[in-house]
Design a binder for this molecule. Structure first.
Ligand code: ZN
Length: 154
């Protein structure tokens, strides 16, 4: 699917959120959950180092907050926007949350589970699938943030 202007706007907002992870030395990945009208109801950034929690990826943090915000684990009709292709764990959480749309930025060739290493979100062997995936939104900027981070670490 092609990215809409709204998808690009949301990705820019997710990039701002991602940069907050830099304060704790976390890999800068940011995620937003949007309701059916496109309003942001929750956000999260990777806080694995900050919290010492191996599951504290941006998507998991944002999904938890969205569920708290709506008072419902079922986020059907919502969109998850994330700056990096989700991993296997996050793809599993996305399916469990019943998120309808996923919009991501940079591809993760090694560990991505939405078309790179695996495609968990559209796997016909599973009983749940997301309705729509939009990949590679602002790919240059989203990948650039990560490239800069890892280059600075070396
Ligand atoms: Zn993940």
């Amino acid at each position: 699917m092609k990215a809409t202007d709204a998808d690009e706007r949301a990705m820019r907002a997710a990039l701002v959120v991602a940069k907050r992870a830099l304060d704790s030395g976390d890999v800068p990945v940011g995620a937003l959950v949007l309701d059916a009208s496109g309003a942001v109801i929750a956000s999260g950034f990777n806080e694995r180092e900050l919290t010492g929690d191996p599951t504290a990826h941006a998507e998991i943090v944002a999904l938890r907050r969205a569920a708290q915000e709506t008072g419902n684990w079922n986020l059907s009709g919502h969109t998850l926007v994330v700056t990096l292709e989700p991993c296997v764990m996050c793809a599993g959480a996305i399916l469990s949350s019943r998120i309808s749309r996923v919009v991501f930025g940079a591809w993760d060739d090694k560990a991505g589970a939405v078309g790179s290493a695996l495609d968990v979100l559209r796997n016909p062997a599973l009983p749940i699938r997301v309705e729509e995936v939009v990949a590679g939104v602002l790919a240059e900027e989203t990948a650039g943030l990560l490239t800069d981070f890892f280059a600075a670490k070396r």
